[in-house]
Design a protein around this ligand. Structure first.
Ligand code: EPS
Length: 357
C-alpha cells in the first residue's frame, strides 16, 4: 500500500524523483470555472526554487510547469488537473560515491531498509525536489481560497538556528532570501548563514503560518480533525520534525484560566487554540508552527556504514541547502492551502442539502 496522495475531496498525488526525467502531480476534485495560468503557478514556484540566493542549494531548475489536463481555454474544467515539470539540472555524478553509503540522519538508511533498492541520485523520491509539485498545486488552491472565501495564507521564518525572529511585517517576507518579516535581522541572518556555510555544517529552522478569514466549521471529527490533518500535511514535508497548533507545547505550563480564549461581545480575546477547537475551525486565524531539522548532507566527515554493513566515513559533496527550512516557507503555505480547500469541499459535501439545480 503506497501513499503518494492526500486529501479526500481534493486529492493531490505527486510522482517523480529528483534526478528522474520529470516530476508531476495530479489534483483531482478541483472545481470547474477558475481561471488559472502557468504564470500564476510560476510565481509560487519561483519563491520555493533553489539557486535564488547564496543561502540555498545552487541547483538551477527552470521549473517550467506545463498544465497537461484539467484546464481548457485558461479555466479549470473540473477534470483532474495534471502538472508536469522537467528536471533539467540534475548532476547525478555528485552522488556516485555515496551510492552504497548511508548519510547519517538521511532517508538513505530508512528507504534502503524499507524497499531494498534506492534511487540515490539527489535523494530520489525522498528529495525536497518533490515539494515543487506541492507548491504548484498549492498555487491553485490558494487562488481558489482567496477568490471564493477571501482566505489568505501567509508563512514566515520565525527561527533560524539559535536566532529567534519576530513576526514583524509579513508583507516584507518576499523581499529577502529568508522569508522573514523581521527585516532588521536580515544582516544578522546573512552573517550567520555565511559562517555556517563556510564551516560545512547545517542548521534547523522554524516556520510559522497563519490563515485568515477561514470560516467556522471546517474539520471532520473525529479522525479528520482539521488540526490532525494539518499536522499530517506539515509532517509530510521533507525534514519536518515537529508541528504545533496555536500555543502548542507552550500549553503545557499554561493554566486553564490563561489558555482558554475568552469570548466578549462575540470576539475571542486571545488565540491559544490556534483557531481550532475539537478539530473544528472557530473562525479565528488558524496558526501552525513547523520545525525543520538541519540538512543531513554535510561536508563534515562522519562515521557510518554502507549497505554491506562495513564501517565507512561519509563526506557529502554537491549542492545542498545549509538550511532546508529557509525554502520551506512557500511549501508550508501550499500545504495549508491544500488542506483548507479540501476541508471546505468536504464541509460543503457534508452539511449542504445536496440538491442539484
Ligand atoms: C536535495 C538536494 C539538492 C537540492 C534539492 C534537494 O539536490 P541536488 O544535489 O540534485 O542539487 O538541490 O532541491 C531541489 C532540486 C529543489 O528543487 O528543491 C535533497 O537532498 O533533498
Amino acid at each position: 500500500m503506497s501513499h503518494n496522495s492526500f486529501g479526500k475531496n481534493l486529492v493531490f498525488t505527486s510522482f517523480g524523483e529528483s534526478h528522474g526525467s520529470t516530476i508531476g502531480c495530479v489534483l483531482d476534485g478541483f472545481p470547474p470555472g477558475m481561471p488559472i495560468t502557468v504564470e500564476e503557478i510560476k510565481v509560487e514556484l519561483e519563491r520555493r526554487a533553489t539557486g535564488k540566493s547564496r543561502h540555498t542549494s545552487q541547483r538551477k531548475e527552470k521549473d517550467d510547469v506545463q498544465i497537461v489536463s484539467g484546464v481548457f481555454e485558461g479555466v479549470t474544467t473540473g477534470h483532474p488537473i495534471a502538472l508536469l515539470i522537467e528536471n533539467t539540472d540534475a548532476r547525478s555524478k555528485d552522488y556516485s560515491n555515496i551510492a552504497e553509503t548511508f548519510r547519517p540522519g538521511h532517508a538513505d538508511y530508512s528507504y534502503w531498509h524499507k524497499y531494498g533498492i534506492r534511487d540515490y541520485r539527489g535523494g530520489g523520491r525522498s528529495s525536497a525536489r518533490e515539494t515543487t509539485m506541492r507548491v504548484a498545486a498549492g498555487a491553485l488552491a490558494k487562488k481558489w481560497l482567496k477568490e471564493n472565501h477571501d482566505i489568505e495564507i501567509k508563512a514566515w521564518l520565525s527561527q533560524l538556528g539559535e536566532i529567534k525572529l519576530e513576526k514583524g511585517d509579513v508583507s516584507k517576507v518576499d523581499d529577502n532570501p529568508f522569508f522573514t518579516g523581521d527585516v532588521a535581522q536580515v544582516t544578522a541572518l546573512e552573517d550567520y548563514m555565511d559562517e555556517l556555510r563556510k564551516s560545512g555544517d547545517s542548521v534547523g529552522a522554524r516556520i510559522d503560518v497563519e490563515a485568515i478569514n477561514v470560516p467556522a466549521g471546517l474539520g471532520e471529527p473525529v479522525y479528520g480533525k482539521l488540526d490532525a490533518e494539518l499536522a499530517l500535511a506539515m509532517m509530510s514535508i521533507n525534514a519536518s520534525k515537529g508541528v504545533e497548533i496555536g500555543a502548542g507545547f507552550d500549553s503545557v505550563p499554561q493554566k486553564g484560566s490563561v489558555h482558554r480564549d475568552e469570548i466578549v461581545d462575540g470576539n475571542f480575546q486571545s488565540n491559544h487554540a490556534g483557531g481550532i477547537l475539537a478539530g473544528i475551525s472557530t473562525g479565528q486565524a488558524i496558526t501552525v508552527s513547523v520545525a525543520f531539522k538541519p540538512t543531513s548532507s554535510l561536508r563534515i566527515p562522519c562515521r557510518s556504514e554502507n549497505i554491506h554493513g562495513e564501517a565507512i566515513e561519509v563526506v557529502t559533496k554537491g549542492r545542498h541547502d545549509p538550511c532546508v527550512g529557509i525554502r520551506a516557507t512557500p511549501i508550508v503555505e501550499a500545504m495549508m492551502a491544500l488542506v483548507l480547500m479540501d476541508h471546505l469541499l468536504r464541509h460543503h459535501a457534508q452539511t449542504k442539502s445536496g440538491k442539484v439545480k
